[in-house]
Design a protein around this ligand. Structure first.
Ligand code: NAD
Length: 243
């Protein structure tokens, strides 16, 4: 018997944007598997969400195939269905430069990690006519100096999104969100200019991304697949040539 209550798995959900997405999906009525490699943060977030029975903490490093296989199996064993996979786990390294070891590590988590999670979720998502939401970055579209691995990993994620959407439709929808600057710490001391430079007048919040993820995960988004949605307060639409 497949239970009625839908289930989601959100990677990198012990903190930040992933935690906000997990919280939002819980509020939307999903059961949620929190998947993260940080065991202590996972325990804290699981307790904070205080929805025993509806939340399962799964320790996994998304870059390791064995972890992903076991983690996905644990979520399916508990929830008996999977409707939404959110590939959010990611590492940023502003100074990765041209070091091939850093390149491999960042691509391994940000891009291969999403590929592996999608691979092990495919069968379950086909059964529920579910969906995947990938969290990329505006760095897929624009760069600061010295971040080739991060930018390439996120550009790859945008391409993985349309590739899977075309490969797995009509059973599974696959979309991508590219956030700009999202301040995860509500107590972070941001300068007035940090907010004012954004066309919307403020820096982003994890809840902004969570709201878009919830829409893409919903049946209302049934005609949407293969797309990348930028959510950046308008920054990628702003001309920044020096006067
Ligand atoms: N915060 C931003 O401004 C911003 C902007 C654009 C894109 N993003 C993307 O959003 C996602 C979340 O970012 P965030 O700011 O919330 O980051 P964060 O560092 O606050 O949280 C990331 C979470 O992912 C987990 N994680 C890292 N590597 C992992 C792995 N190998 N396996 C499992 N879990 C792993 C961490 O333990 C952590 O809980 C990332 O993919 C990031 O690239 C963030």
């Amino acid at each position: 018997m497949i239970p009625d209550k839908k289930a989601a798995l959100v990677t990198g959900s012990a903190k930040g944007i992933g935690r906000a997405i997990a919280r939002r999906l819980l509020n939307e009525g999903f059961r949620v598997a929190l998947a993260d490699r940080d065991a202590a943060a996972l325990r804290k977030t699981e307790a904070e969400l205080s929805a025993p029975g509806d939340v399962l903490a799964v320790r996994m490093d998304v870059a390791r195939e064995g972890d992903v296989r076991r983690g996905m199996a644990a979520a399916l064993k508990r929830f008996k269905r999977l409707d939404v996979l959110v590939n959010n786990a990611g590492i940023a390294d502003p100074a990765s430069g041209m070091e091939v070891e850093r390149w491999r590590a960042i691509i391994g988590v940000n891009l291969t990690g999403a590929f592996l999670c999608a691979k092990y979720a495919e069968g379950a998502l086909r059964r529920t006519k579910g969906c995947v939401v990938n969290i990329a970055s505006t760095r897929a579209l624009m760069s600061e100096p010295g971040t080739p691995a991060y930018s390439a990993s996120k550009g790859g994620l945008v391409a993985l999104t349309h590739s899977l959407a075309i490969s797995w439709g009509p059973d599974i929808r696959v979309n991508c969100i590219s956030p700009g600057w999202i301040a995860n710490d509500p107590h972070a001391r941001l300068r007035p200019i940090d907010h004012a430079q954004h066309p919307v007048g403020r820096v982003g919040r994890p809840e902004d991304v969570a709201a878009l993820a919830a829409y893409l995960a919903s049946e209302e988004a049934g005609f949407v697949t293969g797309q990348n949605f930028t959510i950046d307060g308008g920054m990628t639409r702003k001309m920044i040539y020096a006067d």
